[in-house]
Ligand binder design. Structure first.
Ligand SMILES: C[S@@+](CC[C@H](N)C(=O)[O-])C[C@H]1O[C@@H](n2cnc3c(N)ncnc32)[C@H](O)[C@@H]1O
Length: 300
């Protein structure tokens, strides 16, 4: 592991490149669009627009290889892409539920190419969406959106640049016009596993400080062990291999301990779903969601 970290590129926050994992999950969302609508776990019509040259070049061949990809996705070790789609769907549903229950604003932490501000523009009905990310990711997204004005016509987005590990979230949000103490829906998708424990704690405290009662946070976590069975060490190694793209997985917590973690930061878990639940609820074409990764929703 230390070798991977030593020879992998510099940490994301120390460079001027946008996240590769953000682009990888967007590629999976773009690929899902190539399936018949009835077979999709999610529909994100904006995903292809965010792909860079490599992503665009891979899209065709990977779409043509869907039967092969599905065979891999049925294997115990092949569930990551399905998990990424299932967690997106879970958070979509939580968002829609929160909007119906009166959420007044949306905060997306580590937004990457999350397109919910546009996908759900009608449901959001001009409620503000604050998208927070490292400067290179935030700027790349802003440039793509500016270059496709017609595609992204709807949406009420405020962009906030931050490094969670170094900067104070509440202050940055205040400057962006975020209104504290409002009922807020917070999305923290695919981010916490890349942070250290102190930054996870500080971010949860910051979210608690700025959000009003009745707010919800939806997030996903890695269990830190690699899940059940004899393949756990392989899954742990796969998680560590992300160091090769400069985005090593640092933070893991078992599902039972996650309930405690959120409680300690003022949130009560209302829903939690791991591989069996995500597979049963959302997966199609015989695909399985990855073990050791799970989603949560918690109320403040
Ligand atoms: C796997 S991507 C997920 C993107 C998006 N939430 C999604 O699910 O499509 C991780 C995101 O977290 C952001 N991120 C990682 N470390 C960060 C940090 N220290 N501060 C702010 N954002 C960070 C990355 O720039 C990237 O956009």
């Amino acid at each position: 592991v230390s070798l991977l970290r030593r020879f992998g590129p510099r940490a994301l926050s120390a460079t001027d490149r946008a996240s590769l994992t953000a682009e990888a999950v967007t590629l999976w969302r773009a690929l899902e669009l190539r399936r018949p609508a009835t077979e999709r776990i999610i529909t994100d019509q904006f995903a292809p627009v965010f792909l860079g040259a490599t992503g665009r070049a891979l899209l065709g061949p990977l779409a043509a290889a869907t039967p092969v990809r599905d065979r891999i996705a049925r294997h115990d070790l092949g569930g990551l892409s399905t998990y990424v789609l299932c967690r997106h769907r879970f958070i979509d549903e939580q968002l829609l539920q929160a909007l119906r229950a009166g959420a007044e604003q949306v905060l997306v932490l580590g937004a990457g190419y999350d397109a919910r501000a546009y996908r759900f523009a009608a449901e959001l009905d001009r409620r503000p969406v604050y998208e927070v990310d490292l400067p290179p990711a935030s700027q790349r997204k802003a440039a793509i959106i500016a270059a496709h004005e017609r595609v992204f016509a709807d949406g009420s987005v405020h962009r906030v640049e931050i490094d969670f590990a170094r900067e104070h979230l509440p202050g940055r949000l205040d400057s962006a016009g975020f209104v504290r103490a409002r009922k807020t829906f917070v999305i923290w998708e695919g981010v916490a596993p890349y942070l250290d424990a102190a930054t996870v704690d500080a971010t949860l405290d910051a979210v608690r400080a700025v959000c009003g009662p009745g707010s919800t946070i939806a997030l996903d976590l890695w269990d830190g062990t690699g899940g059940p069975g004899r393949l756990a060490p392989v899954r742990r190694l796969a998680a560590q291999a992300l160091a090769l793209v400069g985005e090593p997985v640092r933070f893991g917590v078992l599902p039972a301990a996650a309930t405690m973690l959120l409680h300690e930061h003022g949130f009560e878990v209302s829903e939690q779903a791991g591989a069996p639940e995500l597979t049963a609820r959302y997966a199609t074409a015989g695909r399985r969601s990855a073990e050791s990764l799970y989603v949560l929703a918690a109320r403040r």
